[in-house]
Design a protein around this ligand. Structure first.
Ligand SMILES: *Cc1c(COP(=O)(O)O)cnc(C)c1O
Length: 348
């Protein structure tokens, strides 16, 4: 069976299956006129950086990179020396899905993983890992990283982030946020982006553009600007300085200035709730996590999973063995309803 497809029939295996949203594409097309200075010295990049400063209501330092793995690993590397360590959950993307890039780019900072039932990091877990060893033989904890929204589709409230930040501060740690789906969390909470980040004690955010509707691009936002020292050199050395930067930055102008980021995230979240509501009460499957962002995880038998695949549905099961469905800016309600109907049919 081929897994290569550009069929118009939507699948919900990943929010990265979606294309580029109109607002991001229009801005790229607009940026594609004439010549512009290279390596980020262009007006689009300045505009995009300003749009982030406006979004976060603060004078933050902003860097545009190609993807989330680069954003996370370079951000963490900038917060650590090689003899430091980073606290995260067992299910964190930095641990499970970045091929050791955080360790590689930090020249060896070790990830210390905390078990987590629902994908969230807790103050107790941070405290336990931050204090488990204080001797010279163990890498010294320097950062805690949380994912917002989590790999399990959950959302940290501002109060929860503030509690974690307070704990990190007590132990001399920085707080990093992997925001590959940051906008889904903001839309879910209905709060200001500032509230869930620097106002709650986040030092550095990796803000995801790709899953929100861009072709390519994540932004590293330093709320504590001291931590951004030489980050431009780090990006360049890692192969993350786009020469034609305007095509990485202009879609951000499109997303941020039109409010598409919020519409896209709201729509994706609404699709997840729609699926959840439609399969509510199905006897052969259970919801693994509360649906708070754009993901739905269903735990069911191998037989049911196979039957669902048989009907042409694609999904991943790498988190806890359940079927993961992720929704995007363009997910079609009718297609969500088809999925729900098949789930009900198989698992009723
Ligand atoms: C998608 C994702 C990323 C970024 O992954 P890339 O493929 O490197 O762009 C980072 N963190 C989380 C939690 C993700 O889901």
């Amino acid at each position: 069976m081929s897994h290569c497809s550009t069929s118009n029939e939507q699948q919900f295996a990943s929010d990265n299956y979606a294309g580029i949203c109109p607002e991001a594409l229009a801005a790229m097309v607009e940026a594609n006129s004439g010549h512009a200075t290279a390596y980020g010295e262009d007006p689009w990049t300045a505009k995009a950086a300003d749009a982030f400063r406006e979004l976060f209501e603060m004078d933050c330092d902003v860097f545009f990179v190609f993807n989330g793995t680069a954003a996370n690993s370079l951000a963490l590397a900038s917060l650590c020396q090689s003899y430091h360590s980073v606290i995260c959950t067992q299910s964190a993307h930095v641990e499970t899905d970045e091929c050791g890039a955080p360790e590689f780019f930090s020249n060896g900072s070790k990830l210390l993983t905390a078990p987590s039932v629902d994908g969230k990091l807790t103050a107790d877990a941070i405290r336990a890992l931050a204090t488990s060893r204080t001797d010279i033989h163990f890498p010294r904890p320097k950062v805690a990283t949380i994912t917002q929204s989590t790999e399990t589709g959950r959302v940290y409230t501002p109060a929860e982030v503030a509690t974690l930040a307070e704990t990190t501060r007590q132990h001399g740690l920085h707080l990093h946020m992997d925001g590959a789906r940051f906008f889904n969390a903001v839309a879910s909470l209905g709060c200001m982006p500032a509230e869930i980040t620097w106002k709650s004690g986040v030092d550095v955010l990796c803000c995801g553009g790709t899953k929100n509707g861009m072709a390519i691009g994540e932004t590293v936002v330093f709320f504590d600007r001291k931590l951004a020292l030489d980050f431009d050199y780090r990006c360049k050395q890692a192969g993350q300085l786009a020469s034609k930067m305007r095509f990485l930055s202009s879609p951000w102008v499109g997303l941020l200035q039109t409010g598409a980021w919020e519409r896209n995230a709201r729509h994706a979240n609404a699709c997840a709730r729609r699926l959840r509501d439609a399969v509510n009460g199905v006897t052969g499957a259970t919801l693994m996590f509360p649906v708070e962002a754009n993901a739905v995880f269903l735990l069911t038998s191998e037989q049911n999973l196979a039957a669902l695949r048989e009907r042409g549905w694609r999904f991943y099961t790498f988190i806890g063995g359940g079927a993961r469905f992720m929704f995007a800016w363009d997910s079609d309600f009718e297609r969500v309803d088809q999925l729900a109907a098949d789930i009900r049919d198989i698992m009723q």
